[in-house]
Design a protein around this ligand. Structure first.
Ligand code: NDP
Ligand SMILES: O=C(O)C1=N[C@H](C(=O)O)C[C@H](O)C1
Length: 249
């Protein structure tokens, strides 16, 4: 495939490496030198675009791909308050898009088991649940997109929780969650690629369910595989739809 890379930072550069390894061609790289001039004609000849840019840039990049009728895989997080609007544009215009807070296979297995675990824990009201995420200090958004997906999976399977709140540790006063609120605690520590933990705590014990990324390689390879999966499809997809781990909701 001819790939347009929208964003050429830590992830964009790694995605280029995996894409070349898998026999793809990099058709266009949008970086700080050319991003103010990119238009529909620059997208001509691209079979697919992969966006790993910045929260405030993602939606404009998606719009450009819709206008150019180039399918787009979006890994950028921090723009999900506009998700419903983007989904409508995609479906109304008969365009093609796949997005996901995390493209690694390990985290997608984690997402699946997280929902099963939440359903198992639901009757045991003596346990309170919390999500923790740790990322490098350059991360722009908090909580991480992955932590939001985890929290949504728990809320969907837990009677007592109806919304999440976030405390970014070290940044201002911490909120105390109400009984219906699921706390996501965010920590920023140099060089951490991404660690997510779900904790169920009672007076007598604690259950911890944890995923630790050792590098960004799983995210980058997953994004290239997602582009291959989206190729030839029309519609609006989430990364979780690429996997079939058996019964889930
Ligand atoms: N879904 C997943 O599996 C994963 C998602 N992510 C997400 O991907 C995003 C990028 O992460 P990462 O690569 O680590 O971040 P980086 O900051 O290393 O790279 C982002 C790059 O995008 C550039 N950029 C800014 N504006 C635009 C624009 N309008 N068009 C194209 N590029 C632009 C930035 O340039 P400049 O610095 O000049 O602004 C920067 O080079 C984040 O939102 C992160 O949360 C990260 C890992 C995995
Ligand atoms: O910014 C990052 O680095 C990451 N962002 C994604 C997120 O917000 O969940 C995925 C991964 O954890 C790394």
């Amino acid at each position: 495939m001819n790939i347009a890379l929208l964003g050429y930072g830590k992830m964009g550069q790694l995605i280029e490496r995996f894409a070349l390894q898998r026999g793809h061609h990099i058709h266009l790289i949008v970086d700080e030198n050319n991003r103010s001039n990119i238009g529909v004609t620059d997208m001509e000849g691209a079979d697919i675009a992969i966006d790993f840019s910045r929260p405030e840039a993602a939606v404009a990049n998606i719009d450009l791909c819709f206008e150019a009728s180039v399918p787009i895989v979006v890994g950028t997080t921090g723009w999900y308050e506009q998700l419903a609007e983007v989904r409508k544009k995609c479906l109304d215009g008969n365009k093609s898009m796949l997005y996901g807070s995390n493209f690694s296979i390990g985290v997608n297995i984690f997402f699946h088991i997280n929902k099963l675990l939440a359903a198992v824990m639901n009757p045991y009201k003596q346990y309170d649940v919390q999500v923790e995420e740790i990322h490098h200090t350059q991360k722009l958004d908090a909580p991480s997109g992955t932590a939001i997906t985890i929290a949504e999976g728990i809320i969907a399977h837990t009677d007592t929780k109806s919304e999440w709140i976030n405390n970014l540790i070290g940044e201002g006063e911490e909120q105390i969650p109400k009984a219906n609120q699921l706390l996501i605690e965010s920590h920023r520590i140099d060089d951490v690629p991404g660690t997510h933990t779900v904790l169920y705590s009672s007076e007598v014990d604690q259950i911890e369910f944890k995923h630790t990324a050792h590098s960004r390689a799983g995210f980058a390879l997953g994004a290239v595989i997602a582009a291959e999966w989206l190729s030839g499809k029309t519609g609006f997809y989430q990364v979780t739809e690429m996997f079939n781990f058996g019964q889930s909701s």
